[in-house]
Ligand binder design. Sequence first.
Ligand SMILES: Nc1ncnc2c1ncn2[C@@H]1O[C@H](COP(=O)(O)OP(=O)(O)OP(=O)(O)O)[C@@H](O)[C@H]1O
Length: 677
Amino acid sequence: MALPPKEVQQIHEKIKLLEYDPTPDAKVKKQLKHLHPRLHRIRSGKYRLFYTFEKPYISLLALRRRDDDTYDEEIDAEFLGGLIPELRIAQPGVHSWEAPASDEPAVTRLPQPITAELLARLQIPEEHFARLTPLQTEDDLLNCPDVPAQILDTVLEYMFPRPIQQVMQQPDLQVQHLDDLLRFKEGELIGFLLRLSPEQEKYVTWGMKASGPTLLKGLPGTGKSTIALYRVRALIAELRKQGRDDIRILFTTYTNALVNSSLQLLEQLLGEDRRFVEVQTADRVAITLLSQAGSAPHILGDSEINTLLRQAIQQTRFDGSEQQQQSQRQTIEQMSLDYLLQEINQVIVARQLHTLKDYLSAARPGRKLPLRGIQRRAVWSVFETLQQSLSRQGKITWRQARAMAEAYVAQGAYTRLYDAVIVDEAQDLDPSALRLLVHLCKQSNRLFITADANQSIYGSGFNWSDVHQDLKFQGRTAILHANYRSTREIGEAAQNYLAEGALDTDNEERLYVNNGPQPIMRRIQDQHQQLQLLVSFFRQARSAYRMSSGACAVLCPTIKAGRAIAEALSQQGLEATFMTGQELDLKRSCIKVITLRSAKGLEFPIVALAGFLDSAWHTTMPHTSSDEEREEYLSLERRTMFVGMTRAMRALLVVTPQDSTSPLMQGFDRQYWNIAE
Ligand SMILES: Nc1ncnc2c1ncn2[C@@H]1O[C@H](COP(=O)(O)OP(=O)(O)OP(=O)(O)O)[C@@H](O)[C@H]1O
């Protein structure tokens, strides 16, 4: 991007030459076996272009200038670089960055000034010039909150070229025609598409002509969402082949934050054809349908439901003999409010059980606490009281809204069905939301679902075919094994932590493309220690990976802990913002502080899990007297922690309270985690 036009032309010619024949010729093209078995370079005037090749691809890794006083060998060696020295410590123990002295980071000056001319060549919008040109040091660039993270990263990348080890770990982007490189430089092309692995490529079109829907499973970071997006393109191509030009495809994500990022990728992937696709959360689909059906429901918030449920428990009159009534009351009192609400939501409302008889014989997959007939009667009575008070107030819950939308479509009242429906992150969808999506799809073989039960953080899993008879995936379930997001060290440490909370143990075989330092677990005594730790970790990781604050995230158990951490970090000069799931703005170049739950589906290069000091997670368990309920709760929250850990791409720190007795703060094995007090 930063090259002057004459040199661009020259380099372009050299790439053409490679396209024709990349093999070494002992003159311009040379193999650099001593640095890496597959590494080559081609000379182009003062520049060296480094590449690898493997039919049918040539991977262009970097372009380096050779100054008059450097030898080729020197530039090659420098270019290869090393792994990040400070973070590479494999032995447990205190890192250099934890020592108090590291609070005063060494100043690294930029190798050349940031000029307006340079910024223009890098295609950076002029509005940012005034903010960028005065910057002098690496730290200035890393911590420049009012410029978008992507822009800072472009300048950083130019100022501090990455060692080849890091470049090789970055995803491969695919260029269809060489001229696209020039078009990109001129700003006519927004970006390039990711090159999928052959395995992933296969699942983009897999089972499209089968007799039923397809399910794609896989560990975190294996590319499920990516494949789902590429599948949209494949479906459009297929429908076009059939002569269709009025295509309608629905792509659903779990959260609003994922709607935005999926839309951006679809725009890049589809260009004009983006108009054929609607991207929504399943809940938005349900609400839109209900308002089209003429009812604009008033939906209750979470805290309102808890209050109503408490009142319902008080008001419920249980039936039967005195003894039976007493035993029912006891059943309810011994259950935690959360567990009772989940029972009502997941088992009764979501499965649309309309009578006590249905509930008495219902399967309750994933629910560990067994409920006998008399106990189910008790739950049913509370459920009925709750329903009555809801209808008196003219309000409904989210679960009910989804169930109503499903019933509306199932009756055949809605005719604008979709040619294809893609459901990403289905593991936490309400059964009735899933059924709604099944009904909305014209043909069951155009339904494509991705899910990872181990990332289920709201419910306790379900059997697909219990949800809908069309959701039988025999012979149409695929599992992805290669993790492209996290390093092996992070992935394996997270898996080891998860062990007891796992719902799906199919994924024994795990592959990784990236390596890095072991994730870090530190036990702290107070808020002050936590803050010091976070500040040094982010400072050091940011500079080790040369990424701006926008690459960093703190994931917290509660909103309260998140707000406190964001404020404390900002006071220490590390701009940080707490964002709720609704407010999430991934482009902001500050440290994002979010809850563990709203991090679902997202990813960040540098992640810390913190804020457990004041949280119920480490002190108390919910009021409960049964082991089963406790076990179910713990495995759910363990999965939530697991989802948080697996958001990290390169560096992960988990901060836990030193005196915690909660099982959630245990289970860190020294074989996988770098642990110290
Ligand atoms: N073939 C590939 N090469 C390089 N990077 C890839 C490849 N496939 C996926 N990725 C990257 O890996 C990351 C994870 O992909 P994605 O979000 O699709 O995974 P996922 O399975 O949906 O993850 P999760 O279930 O944890 O949300 C993304 O940054 C994506 O761009």
